[in-house]
Design a protein. Structure first.
Length: 105
């Protein structure tokens, strides 16, 4: 069952989506159908995101279960490997996943 709950943040309205005890998505637009419930996992995800946005937190400790293609999963993993406060270009991400021609994807 998909559960979701929205909070107002400095980014605007953010919706946290949970399924099976793990975060499925965090989105700024509602793209999931599901029951609106403020679960303990969703509360914790909101707390951690709030701490991150204020500079109090540098990493997250949450169960994740994002859905996507193999390519999307590779990109998301590469994004998770970027240290706090650093940036990467699309080219650097494409190279990190071993697909330098994917820079435009």
């Amino acid at each position: 069952m998909i559960l979701q709950y929205s909070y107002e943040t400095i980014l605007g309205s953010v919706t946290f989506v949970e399924e099976g005890g793990a975060l499925l998505a965090i989105t700024t637009h509602r793209t999931y159908e599901g029951e609106r419930v403020e679960t303990s996992l969703i509360k914790e995800a909101y707390r951690q995101l709030s701490e991150y946005l204020t500079g109090e937190r540098k990493s997250f400790d949450l169960p994740l279960n994002p859905r996507g293609t193999v390519f999307q999963q590779q990109v998301w993993k590469a994004l998770c490997d970027i240290p706090y406060g650093e940036t990467r270009s699309y080219k650097q991400i494409a190279e990190a996943i071993g697909n330098p021609k994917a820079v435009r994807a």
